[in-house]
Design a protein around this ligand. Sequence first.
Ligand code: SF4
Length: 480
Amino acid sequence: MEVKTEQFKEMAAKAACNETLNRTLRHAGESFRALREKGFSQLEDPEGSRRRGHEVKDRCLSRLPELLRLLEENVIEAGGVVHWARDASEARRIIMDLVKQYGVRTIVKGKSMMTEEIALNKELTRKGIEVWETDLGEFIVQLAGESPSHIIAPAIHMNREEVACLFEKKLGVDYTEDPEALTMIARRVLREKFLGADMGITGGNMAVAETGTLALFENEGNIRFATSLPRVHVALIGLEKVVGTWDDFGALLNLLPRSAAGQKMPTYLSLITGPKKAGEEDGPEAFHLILLDNGRSRILGDTVLRESLFCLRCGACLNVCPVYERAGGHSYGWVYSGPIGMLLNSALLPPGKARDLAFASTLCGACAEVCPVLIDHPKIILDIRRRLSEDPLWKGRLALEEVLPMKVYAWLSLHPGLFRSAALLARTFQTLMTSSGRWKWLPGTLARWGEKRRIPLLKKPFRTRWPGLEKAIRGGRKKH
Ligand code: SF4
């Protein structure tokens, strides 16, 4: 996938003005948030489960070299083959060698951010191999010639009408906006592809070292087909996906589907230990596991960025992020978007490539509040910003209109009397300056800045609202 992280500001500004996209993302975010809340409310000890998830990831990453060796031994023992890829080009080369070795002409794929990370589809197509995404959302973005805009909902940026038009144009079917009919159309097309494919390529949600088992979570059943119908299955995972034991796996299984879609369990859970064995009817004849580094071992040695490797790819932080909701996933310019995208893109791409992303956060902390493995996004973002502020290439790139208001705010915060007077003035003048949540007028270059921003009305000062809020929060906690 082409890296466009340097264009974040322009792409986000454009997306923020797209009312249809804003509405679609707002509705999707609301639905995901409600599902997650319901999923976690069914846990006896949600906070304890999140702490356990954090502890599992921390411990497994601390023992990573040992666990990876154990995983390799057990995959080989089960009849599989393990490959190590230092970077994206090595991973692509390994896959192309396997394609040649098995005489592959058609490939079906399960949803995999890792294959986006190595831009695999482009390479396969360039070499004349037919490749089909089989997850419904991925299938839609593939037809549209786009990339996924959300970790678990790749086509979240498209509404029903857009999908209907796309299917009519690309698949030559009658126009329909009925979701069930659209799903059936995709199913019919993909069923043919599954039956004719020589190779299935997937990612993996976890790999359990003690038995050499790959775990795949899904809700559509397409991964079951992709891993069992073709004669070869290739799985590409990042080094950080390995866990030690089935107990570790259980702790994360308890969190990931709940956090992603409010589910106790995914609809389909595939546990794959090697290729099919003698006497078994289903499954591939060959199973290859590719373990991709692509910058991960470097992040592992960084005491702050290391925590970004805890990510389970549930997407919950995207669904609560006010910046993601306005900017959409494509604005982030590479595979990962939202709060986790800021961290991973900054950490995995060459230094400086994702500079602007470090500022795509209000630091509201909503991401850290929902993360099932307690990743502290704001802390990491602040650290990335601190490093940038010390980078001579970055210094001086912040515009005066961005720096000045922050300096004034910082100074006012240290002078409570003046802060109160300024807030009173702002409340008085806001009706003159704004209309329907938009700035009516701003001086000089601030006018351009204001064009893209909604301005919530300042009502009662926070300190006068706080006693009532505190009472409500305490009341809520007691009930819980
Ligand atoms: S950072 Fe946390 S909330 Fe965000 S996708 Fe990863 S696991 Fe989910």
